[in-house]
Design a binder for this molecule. Structure first.
Ligand code: IVH
Length: 682
């Protein structure tokens, strides 16, 4: 590592921070992730601490936010809109808490709130009427965006009180669902997509034309009464007042009495950060008592009585080493990013899909670019976009290859389609992927026959097609290095067991175009036997309830092809089950009921429990909604489902109560936990 002159590094950091501030605040087009930005600020702060002579009043560490743009009229805030100090670890949070407890002799009450990832907004009401809405700006002077904010339904134009002056501050945000919908629309129109909900909110708000703001679904939560009646002694009372006035206040806020409970709150929300329809990037912890706040006061930038506990980042920058194309079982050629491995959102990301040509073009990511990678919770990692300031000069745009990387046949994209396909019927990769799919979970579920094994068998010519699975030469397999007797027996058992899979699994495994797992289940139930499907016309298949003409035609055509008929003959010969599910003899006591299962139970796998519900005429979808009648809770449940169930006050059943439900068709009486008690679990 080279040792740099601190003065020079400080200058460098200030210039970089100023540049990124400008992109973030003025153009709503950040190039680096928040975590990387915070890292720059941290380094600068540390240098300034170590070298106090280098501190200057124009350093970004001494300022809040940004200089207002000239798009809107500047407005002076009644009192400065400050920022918050961050704690990025429990140690830092503890240090802050200990400081509070040292300064304040009495017990400290902590008001804990979610840190909304949106834009700070000030709303000024005079005699109960909204007269001005402004962005934070540089903290002292913001931008007047009253006309735009008037378009947001969540912001009331009048309050109940006719108090001379009320100022409510809070956060404007875009719900995640709206963000996704807008990006889909943008994609369809071939327009720029937003990197995250906050940028989408900023882009929607800072518009000259209020109609654009009106067309975007923006929402608001108020978290601070900055001016108004001053007969309150606690922050919580001010929130109650804001709520009474018709301003939305986040319902998850809690007043807690010890630092332990504060950690628990932070931990809970860190683990469940995606369980709401809005993005949060931390928890704000505030001293609840207003007199104590007075005593604590402010630094030049932030109040001493509050701290923002920031969650670990879900976005990071890394090098895009290459863009390659993978070939799927249908021949679809999918571009994917090969990344310099980066630890983000709890795991190391090396590869990320880029979906199709249009997505690559729209994001304009090029091999050699530094890119923003996002991995949020369980969601698959995504390349958000390039960091243009880091693009090497003359870096060429990526071009979709013209030939299949596996068989060299032409890659073709038909007019009006977004996907590109390998045109060869003999492409070895397609064959490999068809076999892998056939053997995969949810299809024939052949244990011990994953992608690596299939590749090996194809390479050694022990396997040539799907039918060959059932006529494998085990003597030859035994001779392969690394294949002991146990592996062979396991494989044999796996293949043998697969012959008994339900018809719907077989239909799924064949990879018939348009026929997904649900369609396969409906078709198997409707036709009862594969022979009935083989005999049927396209019209007869379409007559099955729940099967449309597109699926019906595709199924019909699939089974008309000679090679597929031959394959069926070989599977029949091997003794693969062709029979559909028999009509259920169980009482249909769950008809019209929707029961979600999460985690594993003692006597049922999750799939088994779902099957038991379906066999009795009920539905068992994968997520909780208003339509859910009950949630069954096993070991290792999904946090989002429980949170949602609690929020919606849906009964949560244990295994015994679930058994009772199956037998009686009635939901047993269980105590309901609303969000008041449900927000924090141990
Ligand atoms: S309190 C004097 N509460 O975080 C401090 N801020 O870095 C007033 N934010 O500018 C802020 N959720 O935009 C507060 N529940 C919350 C918040 C919150 C999000 C934002 C706000 C502020 C920034 C501080």
């Amino acid at each position: 590592m080279t040792i740099q002159d601190p003065a020079q590094r400080v200058e460098e950091l200030r210039a970089q921070i100023a540049y990124h501030n400008q992109l973030y605040h003025q153009q709503d087009q950040p190039e680096i992730s928040d975590a990387e930005y915070d890292e720059l600020v941290r380094e600068l702060k540390q240098l300034e601490l170590d070298h106090p002579d280098l501190v200057s009043p124009d350093s970004p560490t001494q300022q809040v936010g940004f200089t207002p743009s000239d798009l809107f009229t500047p407005v002076q805030h009644l009192t400065p809109m400050m920022s918050l100090d961050n704690a990025t670890s429990f140690e830092e949070l503890a240090a802050w808490g200990k400081r509070m407890e040292r300064y304040i002799d009495n017990n400290v009450e902590y008001a804990c709130e979610l840190k909304m990832d949106g834009l700070a907004l000030s709303l000024v009401y005079e005699n109960g009427k909204l007269v001005r809405a402004a962005t934070r700006g540089d903290g002292r002077v913001g931008e007047d965006i009253t006309l735009n904010v008037m378009q947001i339904k969540a912001v009331p134009h009048t309050l109940k009180t006719s108090e001379k002056l009320v100022e409510a501050r809070g956060e404007i945000y875009m719900p995640v669902s709206s963000f996704k919908a807008i990006n889909e629309e943008q994609l369809e129109k071939g327009e720029r997509i937003f990197a995250n909900p906050r940028n989408a909110a900023a882009g929607s708000l800072r518009q000259k034309d209020p109609q654009i703001t009106a067309s975007r679904n923006l929402a608001f939560f108020s978290y601070q009464l900055a001016a108004g009646p001053n007969d309150f002694s606690k922050h919580q009372q001010t929130l109650d007042f804001l709520k009474e006035q018709g301003l939305p206040v986040n319902p998850t806020s809690k007043v807690l009495n010890s630092l332990e409970e504060v950690y628990e709150f932070c931990q809970y929300w860190q683990n469940n950060r995606h369980s709401n329809d809005y993005e949060i990037d931390g928890v704000v912890v505030k001293v609840n008592d207003l007199a104590q706040r007075q005593e604590l006061g402010f630094t030049s930038k932030a109040p001493r009585w509050a701290v923002a506990f920031k969650f670990p980042p879900e976005e990071r920058n890394t090098l895009l080493k290459d863009i390659m194309v993978s070939i799927g079982r249908s021949g679809k050629a999918t571009p994917f990013a090969v990344l310099e491995p980066v630890f983000v959102g709890g795991s190391t990301v090396r590869l990320a899909t880029l979906h199709n040509q249009d997505q690559v073009n729209l994001k304009d990511v090029r091999p050699g670019d530094t890119v923003i990678v996002r991995k949020a919770g369980d969601v698959i990692p995504e390349v958000v976009g390039p960091v243009l300031s880091k693009r090497p000069e003359g870096l060429p745009a990526w071009e979709f290859p013209k030939h299949c990387p596996e068989c060299n046949a032409d890659l073709v994209r038909s007019e009006g389609e977004s996907d590109t396909f390998c045109t060869s019927a003999e492409c070895p990769k397609q064959l490999e992927q068809r076999i892998v799919h056939f053997a995969s979970r949810g299809c024939m579920d052949i244990e011990n026959m994953g992608e690596r094994t299939v590749q090996l068998f194809l390479q050694l010519e022990l396997l040539k097609d799907i039918g060959g699975i059932y006529t494998l030469d085990y003597d030859k397999i035994r001779a392969i290095e690394g294949f002991g007797e146990i592996s062979v027996t396991n494989l044999k058992n796996g293949i043998e067991t697969s012959k008994q899979r339900p018809l719907s699994n077989l239909l799924s495994g064949l990879g018939i175009r348009h026929l997904g797992a649900t369609g396969a289940r409906v078709l198997a139930k409707g036709m009862n036997h594969l022979d009935n499907i083989l005999k049927a016309s396209a019209e007869e298949i379409a007559a099955v309830e729940g099967i449309g003409t597109v699926i019906a035609n595709s199924v019909y055509e699939f089974f008309q092809q000679e090679e597929n008929r031959e394959l069926m003959a070989r599977l029949r010969q091997a003794g693969v089950n062709f029979e559909g599910p028999k009509a259920s003899t169980l009482p249909q006591n769950l008809v019209g009921m929707s029961v979600v299962v999460t985690g594993t139970l003692e006597n049922f796998s999750r799939e088994g429990a779902e099957e038991a519900i379906k066999e009795r005429g009920g539905k068992s979808p994968g997520s909780v909604s208003k339509k859910t009648n009950a949630v069954v809770l096993g070991e290792g449940p999904g946090a989002a489902k429980i949170t949602k169930a609690r929020e919606l006050k849906i009964p949560i059943l244990n295994e015994a109560q679930f058994q009772q439900l199956l037998e009686t068709g009635e939901i047993p009486e269980v105590p309901l936990t609303g969000d008041a008690e449900g927000a924090v679990v141990g």
